[in-house]
Design a protein around this ligand. Structure first.
Ligand code: ZN
Length: 141
């Protein structure tokens, strides 16, 4: 059951994505990086039924997930940029810290481990936010 919510009547350009720690708005600090699936289990993890998942993989080999992506956000209260996996459900967004495995399936983001392109990605990102992003990858360890 859904409750009608009139609290957020004022149109804001910001999406309703909040810091999981502070509950404040997060500012996007990157573009969206889509997530793909090339295994039936991957799709199942994202709530696709087994038969549908089997068919999708059989016909498309690689499926780009709908309404789910990786994106970096700046939190004013955390004073840092963090990466989250964003899932859009209706008009709300759920965010979670992306699992290591998810990074390997993100389109355009290369896992920092042993890939030469990530240095460039990190540098570009650091310039954009004015922050060192090295610590963003701490969960990889
Ligand atoms: Zn915060």
């Amino acid at each position: 059951m859904k409750k009608r919510c009139d609290r957020n009547r004022k149109r804001s350009k910001r999406r309703a994505i909040y810091c999981p720690i502070h509950g404040c708005y997060l500012d996007s600090a990157s573009r969206k990086y889509g997530i793909y699936a090339d295994k039936v289990q991957h799709l199942q993890q994202h709530g696709v039924g087994k038969h549908t998942a089997l068919m999708m993989i059989a016909t498309q080999a690689t499926v780009v997930l709908d309404g789910e992506w990786l994106e970096a956000f700046w939190c004013e209260q955390c004073q840092e940029t963090n990466w989250y996996c964003v899932r859009k459900c209706d008009r709300t967004y759920q965010i979670s810290v992306p699992a290591y495995e998810l990074w390997q399936r993100a389109i355009g983001v290369i896992n920092p481990e042993g890939n030469p392109t990530v240095g460039e990605f990190t540098r570009r990102n650091a310039r954009m936010t004015g922050h060192s992003v090295a610590k963003q990858y701490k969960f990889v360890e």
